[in-house]
Design a protein around this ligand. Structure first.
Ligand code: 2HA
Ligand code: ZN
Length: 289
């Protein structure tokens, strides 16, 4: 089977378009990675290794970090400097499949980026995230980075405190604590594109499915494309409501209380982490405990 006909690939390309349509991928903003299943790899194997039109793979290159738990696996990832806007139109130019070597320190391109290029500048963060989430749940295969406007805006006005940030977003949509009961991780502003920010993000991803990069964007992970996109969409929706509320007032007339959140646990089969359900001081403004 051709890579572009595989169901996972079509879902990957569609998610790029969905993210662009939401306004989360200006220019070359954002990146997406997917850890390919063994059976999916078998289906497309005949189409791999055709690099630059010839029957050879790219050379082994340093990832810039080490992910031994992912050694030998294959990933579909967006290309560095490529625009999400173009992925569905020309997937083979904007996306690639990489293979990791047996040490988990090197990769080579085995499909795509046919007009040249290299995998996303955030490859170390993607692979480190994919490694920690695989350890916690081998079914988690998707890692997504985008620039969602309202979540970013809030990193300028809310304290960069995970408990406060999460709680304020929880209060904006009943869905939020059900979809991310472990809350939103926060990485303060750091230089992007390298290993250090990858280490900081993957530390959050050990327990959380969504993590904000202050003044930059967000990362989310999930079992499949729908779940991962839906997670980002839900968090960004909560953030959008909060931006609207904050543009009207700094104090809410009424809201969802910790006791109300706790009622969600049983019927929805979740356990909302109690660290986000602290009691607020009477009269607390938005962003205050
Ligand atoms: O340009 O979003 O974080 C891609 C990015 C870098
Ligand atoms: Zn970014």
């Amino acid at each position: 089977m051709k890579v572009i006909d595989a169901e996972f690939a079509q879902n990957f390309f569609r998610m790029c378009q969905d993210g662009f349509d939401r306004g989360w991928h200006e220019r070359n903003g954002g990146n997406l990675s997917y850890r390919i299943k063994p059976e999916e790899l078998e289906d497309i194997r005949e189409d791999l290794g055709h690099y630059e039109g010839s029957l050879q793979t790219g050379e082994w290159k340093e990832i810039g970090t080490s992910v031994p738990f992912l050694a030998g696996e294959y990933f579909m990832v967006t290309g560095s400097g490529k625009f999400f806007r173009n992925v569905e139109l020309a997937p083979k130019k904007n996306v690639c499949i990489i293979e990791l070597d047996e040490t988990g320190r090197k990769y080579r391109i085995v499909w795509g980026l046919c007009a040249g290029g290299r995998p996303t500048s955030e490859l170390p963060t993607h692979l480190m995230n994919l490694e920690v989430v695989k350890k916690r749940d081998p079914g988690i295969r998707v890692v997504y980075h985008c620039h969602p406007t309202n979540l970013i805006a809030l990193t300028y006005v809310l304290p960069l405190d995970e408990e406060i940030f999460t709680r304020e977003i929880y209060e904006m949509a009943t869905e939020c604590p059900i979809v991310f009961p472990e809350g939103i991780g926060i990485v303060p502003w750091m230089l992007c594109g390298g290993r250090d920010i990858g280490v900081a993000t993957s530390e959050k991803m050990k327990t959380q499915d969504i993590c904000i990069w202050a003044h930059h964007g967000a990362f989310a992970c999930g079992h499949d494309f729908d779940e991962t996109f839906g997670l980002m969409h839900t968090a960004e929706k909560g953030a959008e409501v909060l931006v609207k509320v904050m543009s009207m007032t700094d104090t809410k007339r009424q809201t969802i209380t910790p006791e109300m959140f706790r009622q969600l646990n049983e019927p929805f089969g979740v356990h909302i982490n109690e660290r986000f359900l602290y009691d607020k001081k009477p009269g607390a403004k938005i962003g205050e405990r």
